[in-house]
Design a protein around this ligand. Structure first.
Ligand SMILES: NC(=O)c1ccc[n+]([C@@H]2O[C@H](COP(=O)([O-])OP(=O)(O)OC[C@H]3O[C@@H](n4cnc5c(N)ncnc54)[C@H](O)[C@@H]3O)[C@@H](O)[C@H]2O)c1
Length: 305
């Protein structure tokens, strides 16, 4: 496999394009939003510069890697020569089903169609194509250039051969692939999202404040980042979508998203990408500041909703 197409150039898409390009693959990034493509190239440039600063990459390797990336708004153009497509568009099932229907007609018959979905059924995605054996989950973690894991999700019809090819290519990227079957949330988010939801419920019920909840999990459980900061980092819209998939998929009320999370997403407070979530984010500042909404107390009780 040489030619890779990455669909969606948001925070995951640009990271996926980054690691493929850095490892010598030709990458075409496809996005409907030109600003997202421009921003993705700037982000990749900045992140590779950081790698150069840490001697993880030479200046020449950076130039070669950037030269491996092209961008387009045109899906047909972007995927016509692809050996592997990695879809990393917004976590919405209607959107992903349409993209895979289109990919099935626009890519060469031998092309493997992978999705970076956090939770949507690979079997369902495969069902809109005529190549269920070549549809697979390739779930990278955020930030992609740093995180080692690729959760490889086998849909009901995914072949052994395709699974092996995805294991091999993940290893070539310096990642550690792990095989998981296709059930709601797979493994990573089936375990992570209930924890994040419980942290949000604890805040909603006034049990503790944002920094207190995150500090307990960082210092008490040795998590590198607290669950509320992690939720901001993942994107609260993405967290909500995943919880809805778990809730619908298992029909178990334990996965019901916290009403505070629903309100935050509805009001456009999506975390890092919107500038505000449980914390507020100021461009250029690394200081972790709790969002004003969660900084109020009345008679010693935290008011947050
Ligand atoms: N954020 C995380 O930590 C994380 C981790 C693992 C997996 N994921 C998954 O990765 C995927 C992308 O998440 P993200 O955080 O990068 O989202 P994002 O919102 O940062 O980016 C999504 C991008 O998809 C583009 N897009 C929307 N419709 C499109 C279409 N029809 N064709 C091409 N591009 C389109 C948008 O313009 C946007 O640039 C989701 O499936 C998400 O569940 C996210």
């Amino acid at each position: 496999m040489k030619n890779i197409a990455v669909i969606g150039s948001g925070q995951m898409g640009n990271g996926i394009a980054h690691v493929f390009a850095q490892n010598g693959f030709k990458v075409t990034m496809v996005d409907i939003n030109q600003d997202a493509l421009n921003k993705a190239i700037q982000t990749i440039d900045k992140n590779m510069e950081r790698q150069v600063g840490k001697n993880l990459l030479t200046a020449e390797e950076k130039l070669n890697a950037l030269a491996n990336i092209t961008t387009t708004n045109n899906l047909a153009e972007g995927v016509k020569n692809a050996d592997l497509v990695v879809e990393a568009a917004t976590e919405r099932i209607d959107l992903k089903l349409q993209i895979f229907k289109d990919l099935d007609t626009l890519t060469p018959a031998s092309c493997i169609l992978a999705s970076n979905t956090s939770s949507i059924s690979i079997t369902k995605i495969a069902s809109v194509t005529k190549r269920g054996d070549k549809v697979i989950g390739m779930h990278f973690m955020n930030p992609v250039p740093v995180m080692k894991l690729v959760e490889v999700i086998r849909g009901y019809s995914t072949s052994d051969e395709v699974t092996k090819q995805i294991f091999d290519i993940s290893t070539k990227l310096g990642k550690s692939p792990v095989e998981v079957n296709d059930y709601p949330g797979f493994i990573a988010n089936r375990i992570l999202m209930p924890m994040i939801n419980e942290a949000i419920c604890s805040l909603y019920e006034g049990v503790a404040g944002v920094s207190e909840i995150d500090t307990v999990m960082k210092l008490g459980m040795a998590h590198p980042m607290g669950p509320l900061q992690l939720a901001d980092f993942i994107g609260l819209d993405t967290c909500l979508s995943i919880l809805r998939v778990l809730h619908d998929g298992f029909g178990n009320p334990k996965y019901a998203p916290c009403p505070l999370l629903v309100n935050m997403v509805t009001s456009g407070n999506l975390g890092v990408k919107s500038g505000s979530g449980f914390y507020k984010y100021v461009a250029g500042s690394k200081e972790l500041v709790v969002a004003e909404k969660f900084n109020k107390t009345v008679n010693g009780i935290i008011v947050n909703c």
